[in-house]
Design a protein around this ligand. Structure first.
Ligand code: ZN
Length: 371
């Protein structure tokens, strides 16, 4: 109980714990990335054998995510608990197997580090809340999917489908977006890539992506809502195109060698989770020419969209006031302009209905302490 209290009270304790936990999960993700495709392949083989009526394969040794213990692929040396500490063991062993000195892939500590750092960031960002638990699950799933797709070109249903349901369930309580937006997001995410796939296939006779990609975007839509789908698709295509061209030029990657799309979708989904709202807001502001960049633009009428954006923004009012007031005291031009804008916004706010608690996006940890 004292430990739980400490997690609630101190952000430093929470973040350190999240990093450590994230490292351990990263270690487990390595196992999932390595074994899940093999487990699925065995299942498919067994099912094919059963259907074709051929003799069932000899009962293989049990192989799942827990047993057997991890072993060196070179010499079969069983990895001891002491050699299985995330990152630390890799450094201590100098990146080599303790028995045969064969090099261990740098991928293992990299996956652990990504998972640890991201978990720490999520804990800092959301504080102890349902949103934190959800964001952690989402991030871990994205890491696993990205690396599995890189290795094998699969995006296993065993991850994408439960991920989509989990996103819908989390949003029953409007954790990341409202349920309506989540349901539409799941359907639209699937259909968006499904249509691209068919247009591409009818036009060129080739398959540009797989059904796993549709399910992954459906899951992202279920977690983040349909409003994040354009951004996710745009980001993933952009990164995919850049890396694809880079590979073609640098590594003389053939034009017809397939490049998995899942990793880009996963990265784009994470960017959309963390910064999507800010990016969408900037974009809307740009479109409406409402970004105050200099003196002349500051007094522009503040229209409906500004109020809308204010409602969408995750900032608490008290935080906003504190900033503008502090800025007004400093007396610079920008600050005075900001304070002026703040006064207008405050007047507007008093006229408009305050959003109910359940309509507001989750606050960040430090804002919750302010409130
Ligand atoms: Zn070995």
């Amino acid at each position: 109980m004292m430990f739980v209290e400490a997690l609630r009270q101190s952000p430093a304790v929470l973040i350190s714990f999240a990093v450590l936990f994230g490292l351990m999960v990263g270690s487990f993700l390595n196992v999932v990335i390595h074994r899940l495709p093999k487990i699925l392949e065995r299942q498919w083989r067994a099912e094919c054998a059963e259907l074709s009526g051929s003799a069932p394969a000899p009962a293989a040794v049990r192989y799942n995510l827990v047993v057997p213990r991890s072993a060196c692929p070179n010499c079969g040396h069983r990895i001891t608990a002491l050699e299985n500490i995330p990152i630390a063991s890799y450094i201590a062993l100098g990146g080599k197997c303790s028995a045969c000195r064969a090099p261990i892939s740098i991928r293992y500590p990299v996956v652990e580090a990504i998972s640890g750092l991201m978990s720490g960031y999520i804990a800092w960002r959301y504080g102890p809340s349902a949103a934190m638990c959800g964001a952690l699950l989402f991030a871990w799933a994205m890491i696993a999917l990205a690396f599995i797709d890189l290795d094998t070109f699969y995006l296993p249903d065993a991850i994408t489908l439960p991920l989509m349901w989990a996103g819908l369930l989390f949003n029953v309580g409007a954790t990341f977006t409202d349920l309506r937006s989540a349901v539409i997001g799941a359907a639209a995410g699937y259909l968006a890539l499904w249509s691209v796939y068919w247009v591409f296939k009818l036009a060129t006779g080739k398959e540009g992506m797989g059904y796993g990609d549709f399910k992954l975007l459906a899951a992202i839509g279920a977690w983040l809502g349909w409003k994040m789908l354009p951004l996710t698709i745009l980001l993933s295509s952009l990164v995919g195109a850049l890396i694809g061209i880079g590979l073609m030029v640098l590594a003389r990657h053939g034009r017809n060698v397939p490049i998995p799309f899942g990793p880009y979708l996963a990265v784009a989904g994470l960017i959309a989770l963390f910064w999507g709202e800010a990016i969408n807001r900037r974009y809307l502001a740009l479109v409406h020419g409402l970004v105050p960049t200099d003196r002349g633009k500051i007094d522009k009428p503040i229209g409906r969209h500004t109020t809308e954006r204010k409602k969408m923004s995750g900032k608490t009012r008290s935080g906003r006031h504190a900033v503008t007031r502090a800025a007004a005291d400093s007396g610079t031009h920008r600050a005075r302009a900001g304070a002026h804008r703040g006064r207008i916004l405050r007047r507007r706010r008093d006229r408009d209905r305050r959003p109910r608690e359940d309509e507001r996006p989750p606050r960040r940890a430090h804002e919750r302490r302010l409130a």
